[in-house]
Design a protein around this ligand. Structure first.
Ligand code: ARG
Length: 491
């Protein structure tokens, strides 16, 4: 059977501390020359190379290196604090870890699949650099609490970066809302023209959605911001370490309270994936609108050339591929959420290797969402709104049918009855192919004697929006006040 080409390293490269800096190598050594595993004491046979490749998380967890070293330095200090290791031992280990960090950052570190994961890679290299003393680092610690720590540290930073990205996106939308504050557009339900709204009102709807996304991410952050280290493999540790001391070093406001739960808990991964899924859903809905609005049929907006792509065959094409890809990638993020939920559902306490399957979905979701948010902030900055086309689109009289019904209500007619009167008026206009905007007073009065001259003044987009003057409505006063609040907060 043909071998499927293996992904030896992650394809993405990012510029923050999460960055993967080197590739992972699989050494196809004969099992006889295989170096001893760090856990190899009780084993009589070498690990089969297929098992080595199958179990290794190094190709994807190497991006945790920075957090792994940060956690190890704090653990080392904690061991010294508890008098488990001596001061000079602590100093030598920390210096060694710092050297490993520099090696990785400079791309000089060799990631080898036989090390199994980033935790053991770093420990192996540390011991190469400082000798057997390196073996003291893992005292009172397990990879189970270590990986829980690394992941929390990673997610903590990723959430902060994502929230910062969301703020940039909200800023870009707020700036555009201000720039086009005069513009009125048709609001839609069922994708049918419904009532006029301010373009700014429409844009600020997304700003509110992103505000909720930030809230969900912050909630997840607060719940995951608890130190797991000290839980050991599952039961705690035999050493008198002070977990609050470690928590302080790593800036965790509190420590976890049950060691079994600590090493098996991945709720925070699900919470983050859930927040990412909802955020992608918002971006996807916005994408759908941008795609429609930039079509020949709508022509409401124009995306910058630098954010569109062309067709290899049709010279006239300018395609909204960024928006389409964000819409497309949404499915992938939902998939990651379902994947982790499914991985977790049958797991007994406490740590199980299945948990290693949390990382790829989590990392890919965070990468995808963070990239989507930042590309949208730039795209929106460059977006042009076709005010002329929108202005034309709100001339259609159908957008004012509700205004006429409400006029009759003000004259004392029950709303249901008013609705029916205007319904038959609209039906008649449709039959006669007449725009409601051009209706005359006698025509109005033929449907209800309550209509007077002032009813004709209702047939303007400006009047229609101005009457929606409650908190959250599209009246200029309301939108201005929301815009001012957002500008104060964001700009
Ligand atoms: N690489 C593992 C993970 O990502 C951590 C190692 C725990 N392994 C173990 N045999 N207890 O979950």
């Amino acid at each position: 059977m043909a071998q499927h080409p293996r992904k030896k390293s992650e394809s993405r490269s990012r510029s923050n501390t999460n960055t993967r800096t080197a590739t992972t190598t699989t050494t196809k050594k004969s099992s006889r020359s295989q170096p001893k595993k760090l856990w190899g004491g009780r084993f009589k046979k070498h690990t089969h190379h297929l098992v080595e490749r199958f179990t290794s998380s190094l190709p994807f967890d190497q991006r945790l290196y920075h957090y792994d070293i940060q956690g190890s330095i704090a653990h080392c200090k904690t061991l010294h604090h508890a008098k488990v290791i001596k001061r000079h031992e602590c100093q030598t280990i920390i210096r060694g870890l710092e050297k490993v960090l520099v090696e990785i950052q400079r791309g000089r570190f060799e990631f080898r699949n036989e090390d199994e994961d980033i935790h053991m890679s770093i420990e192996r290299r540390l011991t190469q650099l400082i000798g057997p003393l390196g073996g003291k680092l893992h005292t009172g610690r397990s990879r189970n609490d270590q990986v829980a720590l690394d992941l929390r540290l990673y997610v903590r930073d990723s959430i902060k970066a994502l929230i910062a990205g969301l703020i940039q996106l909200q800023k870009a939308m707020t700036v555009q809302a201000r720039r086009y504050q005069q513009v009125i557009m048709p609001g839609y339900t069922h994708l049918q023209r419904a009532q006029p709204v301010l373009f700014a009102h429409h844009f600020l709807a997304y700003v509110d959605m992103f505000e909720r996304d930030k809230g969900r991410l912050t909630d997840a952050l607060n719940r995951l911001n608890v130190l797991p280290l000290g839980a050991g493999a599952l039961a705690g540790t035999n050493y008198p370490i002070d977990r609050s001391y470690t928590a302080k070093l790593l800036d965790f406001p509190s420590v976890t309270t049950n060691s079994l739960d600590t090493v098996s808990d991945r709720d925070f991964v699900v919470e983050v994936l859930n927040a990412c899924s909802l955020l992608m859903m918002h971006l996807s809905r916005m994408s759908e609108e941008f795609i429609l609005w930039s079509s020949q049929e709508f022509q409401f907006i124009e995306m910058s050339d630098s954010f569109c792509t062309g067709s290899s065959m049709m010279p006239q094409k300018k395609n909204p591929d960024v928006a389409e890809l964000v819409r497309g990638k949404t499915g992938r993020v939902y998939g990651h959420l379902m994947s982790v939920l499914t991985t977790l559902k049958g797991l007994p306490l406490s740590y199980n290797r299945d948990l290693q399957e949390d990382k790829e979905p989590l990392f890919d979701a965070l990468d995808t969402v963070t990239d989507s948010v930042s590309i949208y902030a730039e795209l929106i900055k460059r977006l042009k709104v076709r005010q002329d086309v929108m202005a034309e689109a709100v001339q259609s009289g159908l957008l004012f049918a509700t205004e006429l019904a409400d006029y009759l209500v003000r004259k004392g007619i029950p709303f249901r009855e008013a609705h029916a009167i205007i319904g038959s008026l609209v039906g008649q206009c449709a039959e006669q192919k007449k725009d409601l905007a051009h209706i005359t007073l006698p025509e109005l009065r033929s449907h209800s004697s309550h209509f007077a001259k002032d009813a004709l003044n209702l047939l303007t987009p400006e009047g229609a929006i101005q009457r929606k003057d409650q908190i959250g409505g599209t009246a200029r006063r309301q939108v201005q006040s929301r815009l001012r609040i957002l500008e104060k907060r964001l700009l």
